[in-house]
Design a protein around this ligand. Structure first.
Ligand SMILES: CCCc1ccc(-c2ccc(S(=O)(=O)CCO)cc2)cc1[C@H]1C[C@H]1c1ccccn1
Length: 235
């Protein structure tokens, strides 16, 4: 794999997420939303009076693979089909076939000033021991970039987000070629550390996050189920 200027950062953050994903949420996390298999947890954390609550979501989605979920989350061309909280998004640099930098303007969340964000976004397959399916992940991590100048009044948010997906084959048929979508499901873990980048009233931001994260995850997973329904399974 050819290295690029962000290779070391990408490696470090990916490894951090792989360690963090298995940390349990039994201490210090509040279950703020449950909808069927989806469970959304939050820890209340403030830094200098700014709400930076970490968010962790677990979900099991039937009929799609982790590769499919990560592909639709990472691929740029689908972004505006499922993202309803953005005014715009664009790729500003491609670092390698699995890593790009994009710039996004988020819809204004009253009473906060409008936010924008600049992330490197990396997709990766972690093949663990042979018999299991691989784990797929996408990390979106804030980076600065000359093509994403900070322009007032927009406030640059700082985020570290990961989507980590394991594929499970239920009652595998003898011949792997015969696996159907009803035999597969995906265990998804989504973590988001978002610093709004400037003061937002705590109660307002917590209310928006509590409403928007479950809505965003439900919309995204429903979109992937719809898009993959009649397509060959992408393992
Ligand atoms: C004032 C800051 C508001 C705010 C800005 C942005 C984000 C946010 C950033 C990135 C990602 S993502 O998963 O990397 C998908 C890439 O587009 C999701 C959400 C979250 C919030 C917080 C409010 C929560 C929220 C959650 C979900 C959607 C929108 N807003």
């Amino acid at each position: 794999k050819d290295k690029h200027r962000l290779s070391d950062d990408v490696e470090r953050i990916v490894q951090e997420h792989l360690k963090y994903v298995s940390e349990d949420v039994s201490h210090g996390w509040d279950l703020i939303h449950q909808d069927g298999e989806m469970k959304v947890y939050r820890r209340e954390v403030e830094e200098n009076g700014i709400v930076v609550d970490p968010l962790k979501c677990f979900h099991t989605i039937k009929g799609v693979t982790g590769h499919e979920l990560c592909q639709y989350f990472w691929e740029f061309q689908y972004r505006m089909d499922w993202e309803t909280t953005l005014d715009s998004t664009k790729i500003i640099e491609v670092l390698d076939p699995d890593t790009m930098v994009f710039f996004q303007v988020h819809k204004r969340v009253w009473p906060a000033a409008q936010r924008d964000s600049c992330f490197w976004s990396h997709i990766r397959c972690i093949s663990n021991s042979e018999e299991d399916q691989p784990t797929w992940l996408v990390v979106n991590y804030t980076t600065s970039h000359p093509l994403a100048p900070i322009k007032s009044p927009q406030v640059r948010l700082v985020a570290n987000v990961a989507l980590i997906c394991e594929t499970i084959i239920c009652e595998p048929p003898l011949n792997p070629q015969d696996i159907k979508r009803e035999n597969i499901q995906c265990k998804l873990t989504y973590v988001a550390f978002v610093n709004p980048g400037g003061w937002v009233p705590s109660a307002a931001l917590r209310g928006v996050a509590k409403r928007e994260y479950p809505r965003f995850l439900k919309r995204f997973t429903s979109y992937v189920i719809e898009q993959t329904r009649n397509k060959p399974i992408l393992f």
